[in-house]
Design a binder for this molecule. Structure first.
Ligand code: G3I
Length: 371
């Protein structure tokens, strides 16, 4: 190898045929923004009539590698998946995602360590003393965060700890119920000790705009940081619907966290629509959806510390939405056959606008000639 000679990096061997490197989201993005997707597996996929997408679908994997500079295991790092029995860890699937990300020069977001949902029965139904429970959480965090030290750059340490009124979920969340709210600071401290370089986040839905719930996070993060607790970021999931207006104050909301001194991220964006009786999306619905994707991305681009923008899956083939919301769907940026929707182009064009030289490339590069 000759040092000092600059050479374009070789194309990843598994980019889909005919897809130019320049015609992808990760390429279009400005250098200070990671563009990510959930890596599909576990959760709702287990009840579907297809094998685990991340491990099986080669076309899916090629696009995941080619289009994105960040991946988030959709379910593979959740407690019920990674820690199915007491003292038994199932790291294989998460290891594969982390290795895939390394090969494709992608960041990984870790999801999640302290949550009320998707916990294994042994934990939820176990009969533990407070000391035992605390030790179970501490051991889990050290084991999981420690395993991926240096390989997971952001962790959703605490997920969905507030309800819609901005009150802590002290009944549903086993950790808050049994150990009290002080356990939140401990979880952040333990994660920080296990990987001092990882950025540690709170993450939730319905916190895109300024409301009681996002304000509860604002106050909590401010107080924890004043006490020296290592909280570094706030993630807005952004599971949006065309049924509701776009949260117009999203940028202002991200900005107030920025001013508090923490990073922000869009962590799980999708935009579902009403499709009664399995109706096909109308052009107007697709346009509205594209507009929501564009606005969410623009809000992030306009806030200095918003460095990570992740969509919760990129193809309708594997979206959680129709499984969860009857008569709703088409929430992602690609159709089931991986063809791009208006929402894909809305993201790509918005990224290109923000990337130095991107606009000129959009006009002149052959990859865009047939648009
Ligand atoms: O636990 C039951 C099990 O008892 C039952 O036998 C089985 C039969 O279908 O279902 C199991 O529940 C599934 C669950 O995953 C646990 O594996 C649900 O049906 C399934 O809908 C669920 O899906 C996951 C969901 O999180 C659970 O909350 C999705 O795959 C995953 O995309 C989704 O991701 C969440 C983020 O983590 C947090 N933010 C919201 C986002 C969307 O819900």
């Amino acid at each position: 190898m000759i040092l000092g000679v600059s050479k374009a990096p070789a194309a990843p061997p598994d980019r889909p045929p005919g897809l130019a490197k320049q015609d992808t989201l990760r390429w279009a993005a400005p250098k200070n923004l990671y563009v990510g997707s959930a890596a599909a597996g576990g959760g709702h996929h287990e009840a579907q009539d297809y094998p685990d997408p991340f491990t099986y679908d080669t076309e899916y994997r090629k696009l995941l590698a080619a289009e994105f500079s960040s991946v988030t295991p959709e379910n593979q790092l959740k407690w019920e998946f990674v820690h199915p029995e007491r003292g038994v860890y199932n790291f294989g699937p998460a290891d594969e995602i982390v290795e895939f990300a390394r090969r494709h020069n992608q960041k990984v977001r870790g999801h999640t360590l302290l949550w009320h949902s998707q916990n294994p029965a042994w934990l939820e139904e176990g009969d533990f003393t407070d000391e035992e429970l605390r030790e179970i959480l501490r051991e889990h965090i050290f084991t999981v965060v420690g395993r991926y030290k240096g390989q997971i750059h952001q962790w959703d340490v605490a997920n969905e700890i507030f309800d819609g009124n901005g009150n802590l979920r002290t009944q549903e969340n086993i950790w808050l119920r049994e150990l009290g709210p002080g356990i939140i600071a401990d979880a952040f401290r333990w994660a920080h000790e296990a990987d001092p370089k990882a950025e540690l986040f709170f993450n939730d839905y319905s916190v895109e705009g300024i409301n009681a719930k996002s304000t509860a996070y604002y106050n909590l993060i401010r107080d924890l940081r004043a006490q020296g607790v290592p909280v570094h970021g706030f993630g807005v999931q952004a599971h949006l619907s065309t049924r509701w207006p776009f949260p117009a104050d999203m940028q202002a909301n991200l900005q107030r966290f920025d001013e508090l001194g923490v990073a922000t991220a869009v962590t799980e964006l999708d935009v579902r629509m009403d499709l009664p009786g399995g109706a096909a999306p109308t052009p107007a619905q697709l346009q509205q959806q594209a507009d929501y994707y564009r606005q969410a991305l623009q809000a992030c681009l306009n806030v200095a510390g918003c460095g990570s923008f992740t969509i919760w899956g990129f193809t309708d083939k594997y979206s959680w939405v129709p499984v969860f919301f009857p008569d709703q769907g088409a929430a992602t940026v690609m159709w089931e056959n991986f063809e791009r929707k208006p929402a894909y182009y809305a993201l790509q064009d918005t990224l290109l606008e923000a990337r130095p030289g991107g606009k000129a490339l959009r006009e002149h590069h052959p990859a865009y000639a047939d648009r």
